[in-house]
Each structure stands twice: as structure tokens, then as C-alpha cells.
Design a protein around this ligand. Structure first.
Ligand SMILES: O=C(O)CCC(=O)C(=O)O
Length: 297
């Protein structure tokens, strides 16, 4: 069996308290990431829109210009804060997501930046599936009023560990994306996300466990902490699920850090016990066997 995860990895998901002050959000993220790496984390994840409030009316106001890469400090203070922090903390850092603006096309995106321990940008994921829903009396949200979607599956190869797939929040509801990433050899699917009190209660844990179960890989969902004073109340409950769909760690709604030690043995044990990986019948469903998608290693 191919070794997907070359050596044990300590994952930390930062369930950050965020507010409307971008510099304060960046400073808080820094102190929490340093706390996580002091506790031995090798890969640290921040939540969706960790540098701003989450809401359609905030995207343009908080947006930063990321291209051409690297941007200047004026174009993107968050890019530089994340890059410096990854280097300072000597960790892989998935910078949750931030609102992005690309002036040439006048488009906005919900974008996740990942840095290596030298502070080098190694992956960019623009949210592919925009969060447009309407549950009367509960929640209506239309990201597409302001945002444009990304167009690729994002997989990043961490040389000492293996491949990690990165997507954002609503992307978790699309099993196709997770399946392709797992078929390309990812050992972990990471989703910075901010579910809400309606869909969080319904589907947050279920989505995480389903993606892990279908693909027999680790899954991490990283939310902001809940703030009942804010307009959007995040679900919290950041969690790590193992390849057998068991919950390794799950926070409540308050600020905190979820840690988990990821091991290749758990993937192997799961796949040996329930060997769906060798039992697939691509002769019966050839349409999904080819994996012809845009992705980035
Ligand atoms: O899928 C959901 O229920 C919530 C998604 C979401 O909040 C987001 O995409 O930011």
C-alpha cells in the first residue's frame, strides 16, 4: 500500500476569535499560531475570513490584492503577515481565507494562501463553490453577489509529509472535489470554514465525517469562534476526523485550538479493514474514473 503520509504530523486548527479590526485579527492569529507551534504543531490552519468579519457587505471593504505575487505590503498586509508568521513559527501555515480583489478583472474571491516554514507561498485556493443558500426564516446568504468562484482543485505537496488538499467551507458539500483530491493521493482534506447556527447544527459534523469515510483520509474543518454580537454567528466546533470517520478532536464554540496527531498507520489500517480502495468498479462507473480535473500540486 502506498505510504500517503510519510511521517507523523501534528495538526493544529485555530478556532480564532475575530472582529472588525484587521490588524487586531492578524495579531491574534500570530499569537495563536505561535502557541500551536510551541505545542509542537507542524501544520497550522486558520479559519475562513480570519482577518475580517464574514458577510457579503465586508468582502470588498476588506479585500486585498494578491496578484502579481508576491504583492507589496500595501496591496496585501495579510499575505506578508502570514508569510512572516510561517517563517517565525517554522511551520506550514494554511492561512484560512481572506477576501481578494483582482483589479484587472474587477473580481473578488474568497482565497486561501498556504505558506511553507520558510515563508514561501506554496498554494492558493479560491473558493470554488460559492455559498448561495436560502432557508426561509433561518438563513439567506449570497456570496455570488460579490464574489467570483475559483476554478481548480488545490493539492499541495508537503515534501516531508505528503499531499494535502485545501478547499473552503461550502466546498466541503461537494464530494466530487474531495474524491478527486483523495484519488490524487492526499492524506488530509482541509477546509477553513464558517458554518452558521442553522447549517452547522445540521451538517457540519456529518460533512466532515462523510468526506473522511468516503475517501478514507483525514479531514480537518477550522471555524472562527462564535461571536453572538456579530451579524454572522459562526458554528465553531472545529474538528479533526480520522480516515475511519471517527472524531479525533472537536472544540465547542469558543476560541481554542484543536490538535491531532496524524499517522499513516491509521489510513492503512482503515483501508485494510474496509478495502473499498481496491474494490471500486470503474467498469460500472467509468465517468468518474479518469480524474480529468485541473489541480495543483
Ligand atoms: O454549507 C454551509 O452550510 C455553510 C457554508 C458557509 O458558511 C460558507 O461557505 O462560508
Amino acid at each position: 500500500m502506498a505510504k500517503l503520509l510519510k511521517k507523523p504530523l501534528k495538526l493544529a486548527l485555530i478556532q480564532l476569535s475575530t472582529g472588525s479590526d484587521k490588524s487586531a485579527n492578524l495579531a491574534r492569529a500570530r499569537s495563536k499560531v505561535l502557541e500551536a507551534t510551541s505545542a509542537g504543531a507542524n501544520l497550522v490552519v486558520l479559519p475562513e475570513c480570519f482577518n475580517s468579519p464574514y458577510g457579503v457587505k465586508y468582502f470588498a471593504k476588506y479585500a486585498e490584492q494578491l496578484l502579481p505575487s508576491p504583492p507589496t505590503k500595501d496591496q496585501s498586509p495579510s499575505f506578508h503577515a502570514l508569510s512572516d508568521l510561517a517563517k517565525e513559527a517554522k511551520t506550514y501555515l494554511v492561512g484560512g481565507s481572506i477576501p481578494e480583489y483582482w483589479p484587472e478583472t474587477k473580481k473578488h474571491y474568497n482565497t486561501s494562501l498556504t505558506f511553507d516554514p520558510e515563508g514561501k507561498l506554496i498554494a492558493t485556493h479560491r473558493k470554488v463553490h460559492l455559498f448561495d443558500i436560502d432557508i426561509p426564516g433561518k438563513i439567506t446568504f449570497h456570496e455570488s453577489e460579490v464574489l467570483s468562484p475559483g476554478n481548480k482543485v488545490t493539492i499541495v505537496d508537503l515534501p516531508e509529509y505528503g499531499k494535502v488538499a485545501i478547499a473552503i467551507c461550502y466546498d466541503v458539500r461537494f464530494p466530487e472535489l474531495a474524491m478527486i483530491a483523495a484519488r490524487k493521493g492526499a492524506f488530509l482534506l482541509l477546509y477553513p470554514g464558517a458554518f452558521n447556527l442553522t447549517t452547522g447544527a445540521l451538517h457540519w459534523e456529518l460533512q466532515a465525517r462523510a468526506r473522511a469515510m468516503d475517501n478514507q483520509v483525514y479531514v480537518g474543518l477550522c471555524s472562527p469562534a462564535r461571536d453572538m454580537e456579530a451579524e454572522y454567528n459562526a458554528w465553531g466546533h472545529s474538528m479533526v476526523v480520522d480516515p475511519n470517520a471517527g472524531i479525533v478532536e472537536q472544540l465547542d464554540e469558543k476560541e481554542g485550538i484543536a490538535y491531532a496527531e496524524l499517522r499513516n498507520e491509521k489510513i492503512e489500517e482503515t483501508r485494510r479493514g474496509i478495502p473499498i480502495y481496491t474494490q471500486r468498479r470503474f467498469d460500472v462507473y467509468p465517468d468518474v474514473s479518469e480524474g480529468k480535473v485541473k489541480y495543483e500540486e
